[in-house]
Structures are given as C-alpha cells and as structure tokens.
Design a binder for this molecule. Structure first.
Ligand code: HEC
Ligand code: HEC
Ligand code: HEC
Ligand code: HEC
Ligand code: HEC
Length: 187
C-alpha cells in the first residue's frame, strides 16, 4: 500500500497539473463560429483581385469604415456567382433578405478603450499586417473565442497560448511613440 501511495500521489499531481494547464484555457473560452464562412483569399487573391481599401477604408472624416455592410456584398452577390454552400447561404439568408451579417470582431477592444485606425495607418504608416497578421489572406475563418469571465475576445488580453495582437504599449515603446496618459487610450 505504501509504495502504491508513492506512485499515485505524484501521478495525481501530474494529472491535476495537466488538467489545469490544458483544460483551464479550454474551459475559459467559449468558441463561436462566424455567421458566414467568408474567404478573404477568394476576394484579395489573384482571382478576386480586390484591395483591402475596397472593403475597409478611412472615410473623409477620418473614421474607419470597419467591416463592409451587406449592401457592399450585394453589389456582386445579388445572385450567386459560384456554387459554394457559403455563398448560397450569403445570398439566401442575408443578401436577398437585406439583413446585415452579425460578424464577430476578433480585435474588439473593451468599451472603455478608444482606438483610431487613422492615427495608425495614416500618421503611423503601419500596415494592417503589423496588428492583424495574415488575416487578409486567409481562406477560412477561425472561431471567435470569448473569455467567459471578462466577456472579451481572446485576442484582447493575449493570454499564453492565445493568438494575441501585440499589446499597444509594446509597440509604442518600440516605435518611440511618446509616453501616453490614460485618457489617450481610455474614454
Ligand atoms: C470583399 C470585401 C473585403 C476585402 C476586399 C477585404 N476584406 Fe477584410 N473583412 C471583410 C469581411 C466581410 C470581414 C468579416 C469576416 C472576417 O472576420 O474575416 C473582414 C474582416 C477583416 C479583419 C478582421 C478584424 C477583426 O479583428 O475581426 C481584418 C484584419 C481584415 N478584414 C483585413 C483585411 C485586409 C488586410 C485586406 C486586404 C488584404 C482585406 N481585409 C480585404 C471583407 C473584406
Ligand atoms: C467585387 C465583387 C465582390 C464583392 C463586392 C464581394 N464579393 Fe464575395 N466573391 C466574389 C467572387 C468573384 C467570388 C468567387 C466566386 C467563386 O468562384 O466561387 C466570391 C466568393 C464569395 C464567397 C464564397 C467563397 C467560398 O470559397 O466559399 C463568399 C461567402 C463571399 N464571396 C462573401 C462575400 C461577402 C460577405 C461580401 C461582402 C462583405 C462579398 N463577398 C463581397 C466577388 C465579390
Ligand atoms: C495599430 C494596430 C492596427 C493596425 C495597423 C490596423 N488595425 Fe484594424 N484593428 C485594430 C484594433 C485594436 C481593432 C479593434 C478596434 C475597436 O475595438 O474599436 C481593429 C479592428 C479592425 C476591424 C474591425 C472593425 C470594426 O470595428 O468592426 C477591421 C475590419 C480592421 N481592423 C481592418 C484593418 C485593416 C484593413 C488595416 C490596414 C489598412 C488595419 N485594420 C490596421 C488594430 C489595428
Ligand atoms: C504595431 C505598432 C502599434 C500598435 C500595436 C499600437 N499602436 Fe498606437 N501608435 C503607433 C504609432 C507608430 C503611433 C504614432 C502615430 C503618429 O505618428 O502620430 C501610435 C499612436 C497612438 C495614439 C496617439 C494618436 C494621436 O494621434 O494622438 C494612440 C491614442 C494610440 N496609438 C493608441 C493605441 C491603442 C489603444 C493600441 C492597442 C489597442 C495601439 N495604439 C496599438 C503604433 C502602434
Ligand atoms: C497605449 C494605450 C493605453 C494606455 C496609455 C493606457 N491603457 Fe489601459 N488599456 C488599454 C487597452 C487596449 C486595454 C484593454 C486590453 C486589456 O485589458 O489588457 C486596457 C485596459 C485597461 C483596464 C482594464 C479594463 C477592463 O475593462 O477590464 C484598466 C483598469 C486600465 N486599462 C487602466 C489604465 C490606466 C489607469 C491607465 C493610465 C495609467 C491606462 N490604462 C493607460 C490601453 C491603454
């Protein structure tokens, strides 16, 4: 019995550690699929030939257009161009009913954070990839992961193992952006 205890106790510790290490992150995030299987590659690749600005642009007043509305999609998808299930869904459930697609924004910041694309794209001359990686070239959409405790996107806090966006302050340090007060980034 005694020698068994010597094996089972460490084994138990290992199992608990394993559950904490691998199980906790899995339990912490609730994965939600995007409403439509959008392919950036189909649009921005050689075949589609579209530019990022065709769908995501800075408006005259400096605000960022964000994700385009259904009207933009309808310009080409009033009826199906190809024969994929994703496009059929787009036409049947959204375009023909003039319904907006409820996209989930991976980079969405908490309510109290203020972020300006113009400051970064125009003044800072940064590329989309510096903050969003290769998203504009992807063929499939990973699920959106919501932190069950804070309600934030997994990309915001950048937890270990998460596909984090580099934190604001890291890059400001590297780029020599001057020291900022709380109210530069918070409302
Ligand atoms: C045909 C229109 C279209 C074009 C062209 C396009 N996008 Fe998008 N983009 C979308 C749609 C629709 C979404 C929402 C689905 C998704 O997350 O991919 C999106 C989402 C994104 C997001 C996700 C933001 C987030 O945090 O959730 C990024 C980043 C992005 N696009 C970057 C780009 C880049 C970079 C390019 C150029 C290489 C580009 N897009 C070209 C339509 C477009
Ligand atoms: C300038 C024209 C144009 C616009 C605007 C456009 N698309 Fe497309 N889309 C295409 C073309 C071309 C294809 C490729 C068709 C094919 O060969 O299957 C495509 C394919 C698709 C597919 C099928 C991809 C696949 O591989 O399953 C989806 C879904 C889609 N588009 C969604 C959207 C959404 C959502 C928007 C609006 C944000 C949008 N498109 C705007 C031209 C456009
Ligand atoms: C300095 C980092 C940074 C750069 C550079 C950047 N983005 Fe973003 N992007 C963000 C952040 C942060 C958010 C979330 C903003 C929020 O929640 O208010 C975001 C959100 C978005 C969204 C979702 C918009 C929405 O509010 O619905 C799209 C689409 C997007 N970015 C595309 C782009 C494209 C295209 C480029 C290049 C032209 C680009 N971004 C450059 C950091 C960046
Ligand atoms: C990849 C680098 C990078 C990342 C990531 C980044 N920034 Fe910046 N940011 C810059 C640069 C460069 C500037 C300076 C732009 C200029 O020349 O005025 C800047 C400027 C700013 C400014 C000052 C804008 C003005 O004109 O007063 C604010 C506020 C800001 N960033 C907030 C944020 C927030 C919030 C985040 C994270 C959600 C973030 N930034 C992420 C590089 C970055
Ligand atoms: C360069 C931009 C930037 C500056 C400067 C900044 N913050 Fe933040 N802060 C953020 C971003 C982005 C988040 C959201 C991501 C996160 O929670 O890590 C955040 C999150 C927070 C949160 C958690 C909010 C929540 O809803 O959970 C608090 C509290 C906070 N900041 C306080 C401060 C205070 C106090 C200062 C000044 C000493 C400050 N911040 C300066 C960008 C900034």
């Amino acid at each position: 019995m005694k020698s068994n205890g010597r094996i089972w106790f460490p084994a138990g510790v290992l199992v608990s550690l394993g559950l904490g290490w691998f199980g906790f992150p899995a339990m912490l995030y609730r994965a939600e699929p995007q409403p439509v299987a959008f392919s950036h590659k189909a649009h921005t690749g050689q075949k589609g030939g579209m530019k990022c600005e065709d769908c995501h642009a800075l408006r005259e007043d400096g605000s960022f257009s964000g994700i385009p509305g259904i009207e933009k999609c309808a310009g080409c998808h009033a009826s199906a161009i190809g024969s994929t299930a994703a496009e059929k869904r787009l036409v049947d459930e959204y375009v023909s009913q003039n319904r907006e697609i409820p996209w989930l924004v991976y980079a969405r910041q908490p309510e109290n954070v203020w972020f300006s694309h113009a400051a970064h794209i125009k003044l800072g001359k940064l590329t989309c990839e510096q903050c969003h990686g290769e998203h504009g070239k992807t063929d499939t959409l990973r699920p959106y992961e919501e932190d069950r405790i804070s309600g934030y996107s997994r990309d915001v806090r950048g937890n270990p193992g998460g596909k984090k966006m580099k934190t604001c302050e890291d890059c400001h340090g590297r780029c020599g952006v001057g020291q900022q007060g709380c109210l530069d980034c918070h409302k």
